[in-house]
Design a protein. Structure first.
Length: 473
C-alpha cells in the first residue's frame, strides 16, 4: 500500500515532545523527533513520514495528501486524540477508500473506546506496533495481524491476539535515514540541546517502576531491550557523514545509563568519532561511569529528579533517594557535565510543604536548567488508577490533561491541596529557581561568555577577510 505515517496538525505551539504526541506545549517552543513513527516508516518501502506540527502544516495543507495514499497511520495520545480523530474524519471525507489507523499509548490501552470514538478510524495497533504497521501496509487481512484491533464492515470491533515484544532490537532498521529523507532537521529544536540535534533510541523499555511514566507501562515494557553498542556507534557514524550539520546526538532511552558497561562501551566509541552527545540518566550513576562518559564527548544529562521529598519518591516507586541524587549532581558538577533537571508537582503525597521542599532541593543542587511539569495521570498508568480509586480525579477531569490551547492542566487535586494551588506552584517554582542572585549571575556570565566568543569569532573573520584581500593584492 501507498503508506503515509502522519503526525497530524495540532494546536498552535504544540511541541510533539518525547518523540511522540506529548501532553502540552512548553514554556519555550520545542520539537522532538517523531521517532515512534519513523521506526515503522523505515520498515515500509516507499512510505512517507510527515510531521505536521514541526513543518508548520495545518489541516488544509494535509488534506490533499489523502488522495495520494491508500493507508494513513497516525500517532495519537490521550490529550490530542479528539483533535486527531477529527483530522482522520476529514482525511476520510477527502478519500473514502483511505484506510486509517492509529498508534500510540492512548489506543493501546483503550482500543475499544478509540475505535468507537470515530467512524473514520479503521484500526488501532496495540503493544509495540512496528511490525503491525508493516503487515498492514503489506495488505495482509486485518484479522490475521497480531497486535491489531479493528472494525469489521458491519462496525463490529474485533481484537486479535497480542504481539510479542521485539527481543533483538538490532533487527530494526535505523531511523535516521528516514529523518534525512522526510524531515527538515533544522525544524527540531530543544532549548538545552545544541542546534541542530538528532535524537533516537538505543533501546526500549525501562526497568524503573515509576507510577506516572507512560511508555514502560503501556508500550515499551519494563524490560530494557537494547541495541548492540556497535550498531549504535555505526548509526552515529552515519549521522556524522550524512548529516554533517548536526551538532549533538541525544539518546532518548528512558534510562540510557541502566547498563553501565554498555553505556561506557558506547561512550568510548563515540569518543573515537569525536561527537558531542547527551542522554537521559537516573540520578544514581557512579562517578567512575560519569567520568568515562564525560571524557568521551558527553555534554549534558537529562535527569528526572521529580521531587525533593523522599516520601513522595517512595510513593511513586522512583527507586531513588534525595541524598543519592545530591551526590550524583555534585559529581556531575565536578566533572563539568551540564544537567537539565525535570521536576513534577502534584504527585501522591504532595502538600504545600513538600512543594517548598522540592523548590529548595532544586535550588540546593542547582542544575543548569530545569523543567517543571504537573502530574499527568495518563490512562494505563498506576498513577491514573490510584487517582481514580482515591477520588483525586472527578469523572469530567479524567480526559482534561490540557486546555483547548494545549496548555497543561492540573487534573489531580487532594483534600488538602487543590488543583489550582498545584497549578500556580509551577510559576512559583520557576521564579524562585531562576530569579535568585546566584542563578542570575551564572546565566549572565554564560551569556557574556557567549558574547565574548561571538566577538572573537567576528574578529577572526575580519582578520581572515583582510588576509584574503592582502593575498589578492
Amino acid at each position: 500500500m501507498r503508506t503515509l505515517f502522519l503526525h497530524p496538525p495540532s494546536f498552535d505551539g504544540f511541541d510533539g515532545g518525547a518523540g511522540a504526541r506529548y501532553q502540552a506545549k512548553r514554556e519555550i517552543r520545542s520539537f522532538w523527533y517523531p521517532t515512534w513513527l519513523a521506526q515503522p516508516a523505515a520498515l515500509v518501502p516507499g512510505s512517507k513520514l510527515i510531521d505536521a506540527p514541526a513543518d508548520g502544516l495545518g489541516v488544509q495543507d494535509v488534506l490533499p495528501l489523502a488522495r495520494a495514499y491508500d493507508l494513513v497511520i497516525m500517532h495519537t495520545s490521550s490529550p490530542s486524540f479528539p483533535t486527531d480523530a477529527k483530522v482522520a474524519e476529514l482525511l476520510k471525507a477527502e478519500n473514502p477508500q483511505l484506510l486509517v489507523g492509529m498508534v500510540g499509548a492512548k489506543v493501546a490501552v483503550d482500543p475499544d473506546g478509540s475505535l468507537a470514538a470515530s467512524p473514520a478510524i479503521d484500526f488501532v495497533a496495540r503493544e509495540e506496533f512496528d511490525y503491525t504497521c508493516k503487515e498492514v501496509a503489506e495488505g495482509r487481512p486485518l484479522s490475521a495481524i497480531a497486535g491489531l484491533s479493528f472494525k469489521r464492515p458491519d462496525g463490529h470491533i474485533e481484537h486479535n491476539g497480542a504481539r510479542a515484544i521485539i527481543p533483538d532490537m538490532d533487527v530494526l532498521p535505523w531511523v535516521t535515514p528516514v529523518y534525512k529523507r522526510d524531515l527538515t532537521i533544522n525544524n527540531y529544536f530543544i532549548g538545552y540541546l545544541q542546534h541542530p540535534y538528532v535524537s533516537f533510541y538505543t533501546g526500549r523499555g525501562c526497568r524503573s517502576k515509576c507510577t506516572f511514566c507512560l511508555w514502560p507501562q503501556t508500550v515499551g515494557g519494563h524490560r530494557y531491550r537494547v541495541r548492540s553498542a556497535h550498531s549504535v556507534i555505526d548509526e552515529v557514524s552515519w549521522i556524522k557523514q550524512n548529516l554533517p550539520e548536526v551538532k549533538e546526538i541525544f539518546f532518548d532511552d528512558d534510562t540510557f545509563t541502566d547498563f553501565r558497561p554498555r553505556a561506557e562501551e558506547i561512550a568510548r566509541g563515540l569518543g573515537r568519532l569525536g561527537v558531542t552527545w547527551s542522554c537521559n540518566a537516573k540520578a544514581n550513576v557512579p562517578y567512575e561511569t560519569l567520568k568515562v562518559m564525560k571524557d568521551n564527548g558527553l555534554r549534558l544529562l537529562l535527569v528526572g529528579y521529580e521531587s525533593g521529598n523522599d516520601q513522595i519518591l517512595h510513593n511513586i516507586r522512583k527507586g531513588l533517594r534525595t541524598d543519592i541524587a545530591r551526590r550524583f549532581t555534585s559529581d556531575c558538577r565536578k566533572l563539568g557535565i551540564t544537567i537539565h533537571g525535570t521536576f513534577i508537582l502534584g504527585l501522591p503525597g504532595e502538600t504545600a510543604q513538600t512543594i517548598r521542599e522540592t523548590i529548595q532541593f532544586a535550588v540546593d543542587i542547582n542544575p543548569h536548567t530545569i523543567q517543571v511539569s504537573l502530574a499527568a495521570p495518563y490512562p494505563g498508568t498506576q498513577l491514573y488508577r490510584e487517582a481514580v480509586e482515591n477520588g483525586w480525579l472527578t469523572e469530567n477531569e479524567q480526559l482534561n490533561l490540557v486546555n483547548s490551547q494545549g496548555v497543561q492542566l492540573a487534573p489531580i487535586s487532594y483534600p488538602h491541596l487543590s488543583a489550582a494551588e498545584i497549578y500556580h506552584a509551577v510559576e512559583t517554582f520557576y521564579r524562585r529557581f531562576y530569579f535568585r542572585p546566584r542563578k542570575i549571575a551564572e546565566l549572565t556570565a554564560e551569556m557574556l561568555t557567549s558574547w565574548e566568543l561571538t566577538k572573537r569569532r567576528l574578529r577572526e573573520g575580519v582578520e581572515f577577510f583582510r588576509f584574503l584581500r592582502a593575498h589578492e593584492a
